[in-house]
Design a protein around this ligand. Sequence first.
Ligand SMILES: Nc1nc2c(c(=O)[nH]1)N[C@H]1C(S)=C(S)[C@@H](COP(=O)(O)O)O[C@H]1N2
Ligand SMILES: [Mo]
Length: 362
Amino acid sequence: MGRIVKALPPDRFAVHGTNAEMRWDAMRGAGLLVPNDRFFVRDHTRTPLIDARTWRLRLFGDGLRGAPTRARAVEFGYADLLAMPSRTLDAVIECAGNGRALFASQQDTPMPGIPWGLGGIGAARWRGVPLAAVLERAGLRADAVDVLASGLDPDFVLDGENLGRVRRPLPVGKALDDVLIAYEMNGVPLPPDHGFPARLVVPGWVGIASIKWLGEIEVARRPLPSPWTTRMYRMSGPGHPPGGGPALTEQVAKSAFELAWDERVPLGRPVVLTGRSWSPRGPVHGVEVSVDGGASWRPARLRDGDTAWSRWSLEWCPDRTGPVVLAARAVDATGARQPVRSEPNDDGYLFAAAVHHRVQVT
Ligand SMILES: Nc1nc2c(c(=O)[nH]1)N[C@H]1C(S)=C(S)[C@@H](COP(=O)(O)O)O[C@H]1N2
Ligand SMILES: [Mo]
């Protein structure tokens, strides 16, 4: 039985267990945003089917006035959310492990976990209610510290141990800044696989922060732990603190060609190479492309300046047959370039290096 509800045709997705990665060649010539039928899916277990008529979002904890308990939570129904002033936001959601397979293919340090290529990312137009507005309505106290969102999908069992609902805390500063409780994706109600009836969208942060199928939000005056901050989603291994570094927050800039791996490119004819780059620090300032494995770089032509990600293009006329390694690197809003090498870590998180993308000139 399928765990993901939507169709996963092989020309659009590469399936990894309960997860499906977007194929970048399926985005060639597509618009700015990733259509819902092409958006990647990361499910720890399976997509639950939730009835919006009986669904409730429950807020509780001592970070709210009156310190409501879970049993006496402040409740919002689907219609309550739809009735509140809405906000629309173009943003990417990207898995912390996006690019993990490149640690093996490009740096010779294979890492365990879902072997994402570069398709554990998507950009969409999200509409919903600012998390800040819901927290205010629920009676947020000025001294609240952490906001812990949990999903309604089944408990996550790791190596035989039940870790409970998929959940992760946000510091109140981020929660009040730009986080959305989204109920719409690209103009339609959230599809089941992407969190219907409501999910968080946490701009710039690792995808796990954007909890789908929201059920509960605990608000506390102390830091709230969850295995998704204390055990997973930290940088660990040689060069990192024992037990791992701090819980991951921001993603890293990346660039992708809208090409299949080992795609065939005809000899002696100009082709327009296209791709996209993104960064958690706002619009990318520039993109440089190499058609010689990173020996020399040329600026690409940028198409979108102030959106979730930027499309770019570069003309290239291949002049010999055989394998050619393309590469693209973004220059972010601080002037920083994607590095040549990504910092290894035991879980293969945050692959940051310019990706070597091999094509075959024939
Ligand atoms: N409840 C719940 N929320 C979740 C997950 C999940 O399995 N359960 N996966 C997280 C991870 S790891 C990622 S990368 C994003 C993926 O969002 P998408 O499936 O809509 O692309 O959702 C996050 N939110
Ligand atoms: Mo993820």
